[in-house]
Ligand binder design. Structure first.
Ligand code: FES
Length: 120
């Protein structure tokens, strides 16, 4: 992937909630985006739980957060992750973190997935 991929408009994600995306047409949501006002945070939809690496985390389409929308939660074994750092706070993967993806919101509010090497 060499070019930014438009995922959606900011308004397509409810403030404080998350949404899954399949930007590479893989037939499943390979990443998810959390919206906090005008800020977006993206992670690969792949749990770091040892032995279950890569497990899709949503318990239902676009359901990546706990009830209070304060943590990311993995539906498989209930691991909980800090929304901002992706660090596992509770559950079976202490010391591990979600894989953060680089995103950009332009002035018009369009949300883009940036090429992976733009992180560096
Ligand atoms: S696969 Fe996510 S907690 Fe086990």
């Amino acid at each position: 992937m060499n070019r930014p991929i438009r995922l959606c408009h900011l308004s397509d994600i409810e403030d404080g909630d998350a949404r899954g995306f399949d930007p590479h047409q893989q037939g499943h949501d390979s990443l998810f985006v959390i919206r906090q006002h005008r800020q977006v945070i993206g992670y690969r939809n792949a749990c770091p739980h040892k032995g279950y690496e890569g497990t899709s985390m949503a318990w239902r389409k676009d359901r990546f957060l706990n009830k209070a929308h304060s943590r990311v939660i993995c539906a498989a074994h209930g691991a909980q992750f800090d929304i901002n750092s992706g660090e596992c706070l509770l559950g079976p993967c202490p010391g591990q973190s979600l894989d953060r993806l680089p995103l950009l919101v332009n002035e018009q509010g369009d949300v883009y997935l940036l090429p992976a090497d733009s992180e560096k």
